[in-house]
Write a protein that binds this ligand. Structure first.
Ligand code: HEM
Ligand code: HEM
Length: 215
């Protein structure tokens, strides 16, 4: 195995939630749900950062974050369709993962301070005042476009691997197995991940409930 259950469930949940965010961002009637789905994405970011340090082997940042030189080399190999014998993310893929995580974090955090100037104020917008909130809402808008473009790049890269290089990465993200991956995940991983997810949820939600203003 390469990807534990938390990485896989997290990934497909993120796909659904981002899809919902892009759909609901434009719809005033869905503002509340948009806010809660955004907070769920923030929980995922916190969870995934922690899992990047004390998660399973290939989920760790140390396994896939490379120096700029290695990232460029890895992109060059991808362009030449040269297979890289690494079970986890390649350095190019790892760079993509970090950018995606950072953009999702930026979306979730700016959302908390955003306002549509009509019906909805983000739960932390009262901390910054209406002028700053408008500015932050602009950042929320612009970042959403950058996120959508990055997701397109990500999906394109996956199809490049999948179709042109005949590497079954999508199946890997479903059942967890990839060539060269020999990890075994027992109940300990299930429990450790579950406890950490619970803690991340409690900290984010309780923190926001304490300092935020929810209408
Ligand atoms: C909103 C859309 C998406 C986002 C935000 C997203 C984000 C991510 C992230 C953060 C990872 C790293 C997972 C981790 O290490 O925890 C990842 C990996 C991956 N994603 Fe996505 N993803 C999206 C859509 C898709 C779609 C539509 C597919 C398939 C068609 C896909 C296939 C994959 C695969 C196969 C990997 C693992 C790559 C590898 O083996 O190194 N993703 N994605
Ligand atoms: C990763 C999480 C999030 C994503 C991907 C996301 C995405 C989006 C998108 C695509 C839009 C429409 C932008 C446009 O029309 O150009 C939007 C608008 C908006 N979002 Fe989010 N959002 C996220 C989190 C949040 C959170 C946590 C909140 C509040 C708690 C929030 C509050 C808002 C508001 C108030 C608007 C409307 C702004 C306006 O009318 O100008 N978002 N979001």
């Amino acid at each position: 195995m390469v990807w534990d259950i938390w990485v896989r469930m997290g990934h497909w949940l993120v796909v659904l939630l981002i899809g919902f965010q892009v759909y609901s961002g434009e719809d005033m009637a869905l503002r509340d749900r948009h806010a809660w789905a955004g907070i769920a994405l923030l929980v995922w970011v916190v969870f995934r950062i922690g899992w990047g340090f004390w998660g399973t082997r290939h989920a760790r940042f140390a396994d896939f974050v490379g120096s700029p030189r290695r990232i460029i080399e890895s992109f060059k190999k991808l362009g030449r369709r040269q297979h890289e014998a690494v079970p986890g993310h390649t350095h190019a893929g790892g760079a993509g993962v970090i950018v995606l995580m950072a953009l999702i974090a930026l979306m979730a955090v700016t959302g908390l301070f955003a306002s549509d100037d009509l019906m909805f104020d983000g739960p932390l917008s009262h901390f910054v005042g209406s002028a700053n909130s408008s500015l932050i809402t602009q950042v929320h808008h612009i970042t959403s476009k950058v996120l959508i473009l990055t997701v397109l790049g990500h999906v394109l890269a996956i199809f490049w691997h999948q179709r042109l290089m005949k590497e079954p990465l999508i199946q890997g993200m479903i059942h967890g197995r990839k060539a060269g991956g020999h990890e075994r995940f027992g109940t300990a991983v299930l429990v450790r991940g579950g406890l950490w997810l619970l803690l991340a949820t409690l900290v984010v939600v309780a923190g926001l409930m304490r300092v935020g203003q929810f209408q």
